[in-house]
Design a protein around this ligand. Structure first.
Ligand code: DQA
Length: 174
């Protein structure tokens, strides 16, 4: 005889207390950062400020959490990796924030990946790209973005999260 003599005859044998409702998975906003943004804090601080990428990540986590969203925050120096992450966001994200760094001004591949997404996209730049060299004035990302925020440093990421959360709430309300 085992430790539970009536185990075989019990109509229902819970292993652990059942949850009243299924756990709610937080919806996630994917935030993708392109080349050289891993150097934030030390790279041209007069343009990009003193905040590091980790600081930015923490800032985004805080803001998103306050609005009920989780965050996937990534950086890559490789165009193909960013394209793959956009394709992943296409399947999994509630919304997408992209600072493609220099790929902003060069990458048709990234644009094509972004155009394949039906989730809202916000393009962000720390610096005001329109006050800088003419080659930074053209963005391939903008065509796929719902909106663009640039020139506000790290605050721009928070503004982008807020814009996405508001757009998503409006879309849900119909
Ligand atoms: C940037 C602006 C781009 O022109 C530049 O190549 C970057 C950063 C920004 O955040 O201001 O790497 O995207």
């Amino acid at each position: 005889m085992g430790a539970f003599p009536d185990a075989e005859t019990r109509p229902f044998r819970p292993i652990y207390p059942k949850q009243a409702t299924a756990p709610v998975m937080a919806q996630t906003i994917h935030i993708l950062n392109g080349p050289n943004l891993n150097l934030l804090g030390t790279r041209e601080p007069e343009i990009y400020g003193s905040e590091t990428l980790d600081d930015l990540h923490a800032r985004c986590e805080r803001k998103a959490k306050a609005l009920g969203y989780g965050v996937v925050f990534r950086q890559s120096n490789h165009e193909g990796e960013l394209v793959s992450w956009v394709q992943e966001a296409r399947e999994r994200a509630a919304g997408l924030i992209v600072n493609a760094g220099a790929f902003t001004h060069t990458s048709v591949a990234l644009l094509d990946a972004l155009l394949s997404c039906s989730v809202p996209i916000v393009e962000v730049h720390l610096s005001n790209i329109f006050r800088r060299e003419p080659f930074r004035h053209r963005s391939y990302v903008s065509k796929a973005a719902k909106g663009v925020i640039c020139g506000f440093g790290g605050l721009g990421y928070e503004l982008a999260i807020e814009a996405l959360a508001t757009s998503l709430a409006e879309a849900k309300a119909g």
